[in-house]
Design a protein around this ligand. Structure first.
Ligand code: HEM
Length: 498
């Protein structure tokens, strides 16, 4: 564990995976991974609910790169071998679907939106939406990212102790809601906020009740359904208004993400239900993850004043708050964000299901099981990362061949951290999928550029105005749907002299 969060066991003494001794193409007869050790029916669910991150780490440390576990009788395999992960996400991606498990948990929320859609439906949607996430389009969301960060600082007084998680959640919600709905957010803010809050609560895996299906009428589930219906209704009304006003001709030229979706629907890439599903998908996939990324970046900087100072020097060199292009040229800032996403990946685990029997890491995996891919475990593997549990942004920096920064703006340090398309290269030899906070292959996070830009712009805008001092040096993390802090993440605010 890092120097600022509680320690887990695990790490170095992991057994060799089957991959070391067997050929993945099957030249030896592959075997099934060892059976799980959980309780009848429940499987390992108690250990996961108690501390999922710790469970995943221990399971990988004890059993290697392909480790069996069970959840309520569902056969599951934790995959932490980067080459096997690459095969699942890239080379053999067509052999895998997202599958039953995410659909059972998220299907009522995300419907047939991009996150859960499969096959041709997914491909058509992704193709129609991709231009909205090209660099020049994402740049246009930069003003909202900076403006909301300025407002965040305006709400602070010198000496305040603020909870970064709460602050970053409010910030990321405001940015995403505005990016999604444009000016219409003014009317719908409360409906969207209430739904986002209920979604977060419904998928809080610290509560055993979150493992129950949505139709079980717990108070949380009932509130969630009511607020989600209100959100869907509000979005459907806005869509009708946008259509009446004349939608943009192509998805990439829309002013906001809802405009992108309406244009994609006009092109026939989405039906009306899928359009609303996708608006909810953006809200769900894009707001809590970014908030967590910002929380952990700022907390790491608060607990590492020297690194904070270095990033501040870089961003204070601009006359005004930096633009998206300028922060792309800030190596120390970029490295600070990318390292936080390594140490505390907001999505600790995501899932696939093989549609036919496959061989991974030398093991035979049947069709229809859950394959779990865990950035959390892989990002902390000391085979790929020196001193993996320490926050060390300098691992992402290296001297450029010419000794000068590549883009020329914002940095005179001569160090390079690669801009917004590829998160790296980190110094040192390691497999490509030793770092994958945004997933990988054709289904990698469509919002990756948006998120990395948001984290850099928010961090830059804040650090130009305040110094952050850690109040809660140690933070405890929990595997919920995402990697959430178990309690407040407080820092003290010190205003900088003008
Ligand atoms: C730090 C912030 C973020 C992190 C760590 C993150 C992480 C991820 C990961 C790991 C996946 C892949 C899941 C899988 O393959 O099963 C994913 C997919 C996705 N993300 Fe993000 N995400 C972030 C921000 C965003 C934002 C800001 C948006 C929207 C504006 C977004 C929208 C999506 C969508 C729609 C998908 C599904 C893509 C597809 O299947 O084609 N994400 N994200």
């Amino acid at each position: 564990m890092s120097d600022s969060v509680r320690r887990h066991d695990g790490g170095s003494d992991r057994p060799a995976t089957g991959a070391a001794s067997r050929d993945d193409e099957g030249s030896e007869t592959p075997v099934r991974p060892p059976e799980p050790d959980g309780l009848p029916v429940l499987g390992n669910v108690h250990s996961i609910a108690a501390d999922g991150l710790d469970f995943y780490e221990r399971r990988a440390a004890e059993r290697g790169g392909v480790a069996r576990y069970d959840v309520f009788g569902t056969e599951s395999y934790l995959l932490t071998d980067p080459d096997a992960i690459r095969r699942v996400l890239v080379e053999d991606h067509a052999t895998y679907v997202k599958g039953e498990m995410p659909r059972e948990q998220l299907g009522n929320l995300l419907g047939d939106g991009l996150f859960l859609a499969e096959g041709e439906r997914w491909h058509e949607q992704r193709t129609a939406m991709r231009s909205a996430f090209f660099r020049e389009r994402v740049d246009e969301y930069g003003d909202a990212m900076v403006e909301h960060a300025r407002r965040t600082v305006d709400g602070w007084d010198d000496g305040d102790a603020v909870d970064l998680h709460e602050t970053a959640t409010g910030y990321a919600f405001s940015v995403l809601a505005e990016s999604l709905l444009g000016d219409d957010i003014e009317r719908e803010r409360e409906t969207v906020r209430a739904a986002a809050e209920s979604i977060t609560e419904r998928f809080d895996m610290r509560r055993l009740a979150s493992f129950l299906p949505e139709w079980v009428p717990t108070p949380t589930n009932r509130r969630y359904r009511r607020r989600l219906d209100a959100l869907r209704g509000a979005i459907a009304d806005l869509v009708a208004e946008r259509r009446a006003a004349g939608p943009p001709a192509d998805p990439g030229s829309a002013d906001d993400l809802l405009g992108t979706l309406v244009a994609a629907a006009e092109l026939g890439a989405l039906n009306d239900d899928e359009l609303v599903d996708n608006a909810v998908t953006f809200l769900f996939a894009g707001h809590e993850t970014s908030a967590l990324g910002l929380t952990y970046t700022l907390h790491a900087l608060a607990t590492h004043p020297d690194i904070q100072e270095r990033v501040r020097r870089e961003v204070a060199a601009f006359d005004d708050d930096p633009s998206p292009a300028e922060v792309r040229g800030c190596p120390a800032l970029t490295a600070a964000v990318d390292e936080a996403l390594r140490l505390y990946p907001p999505v600790h685990t995501f899932f696939r299901e093989p549609t036919e029997p496959v061989t991974l890491g030398g093991y035979r995996i049947p069709a229809g099981v859950v394959v779990s891919l865990s950035p959390w475990v892989v990002h902390r593997d000391d085979r790929w990362w020196d001193d993996p549990e320490t926050y060390r942004p300098e691992r992402w920096l290296h001297e450029s061949p010419s000794g000068s920064a590549p883009s020329g703006d914002g940095s005179a340090s001569g160090e390079v951290a690669v801009g917004d398309d590829a998160p790296g290269p980190a110094v040192g030899e390691r497999p490509e999928y030793a770092y994958f906070p945004f997933g990988g292959g054709p289904r990698h996070c469509i919002g990756m550029r948006f998120a990395r830009q948001e984290l850099r712009l928010a961090t830059a805008t804040l650090l130009r105005r305040v110094r952050l001092e850690a109040v809660d040096e140690e933070i405890e993390l929990r595997a919920s749907a995402n990697t959430r802090p178990a309690g407040p993440v407080r820092v003290r605010i010190h205003e900088l002299a003008e």
